[in-house]
Unconditional design. Structure first.
Length: 87
């Protein structure tokens, strides 16, 4: 059976902001989860979460933000963009 794949060159797909944020957040959190499973710490002492265990430590937040930027670039390179409503 022969398959035909339609390719729409230069097509852009815009996702609602809540879907976009949910998608890249889930993907970026996977990196931090991998750090957690590996018991990785940037300085050997500071974990993924801060002392309150309610938010990321400073270094982990920086990793998350950087990963989010990379993920956004990858999604954009595949024609996926965040829909930003105009006020």
């Amino acid at each position: 059976m022969e398959r035909h794949i339609a390719v729409l060159k230069d097509t852009k797909i815009y996702l609602p902001s809540e879907v976009w944020v949910s998608l890249y957040t889930e993907l970026a959190e996977r990196r931090l989860l991998a750090f957690s499973f590996a018991e990785y710490s940037q300085d050997g002492e500071t974990g993924i979460l801060d002392e309150s265990e309610e938010r990321y430590s400073d270094w982990a937040q920086e990793e998350f933000n950087g990963e989010g930027d990379i993920i956004e670039s990858i999604l954009n390179s595949h024609g996926l963009y965040r829909w930003e409503e105009q006020d």
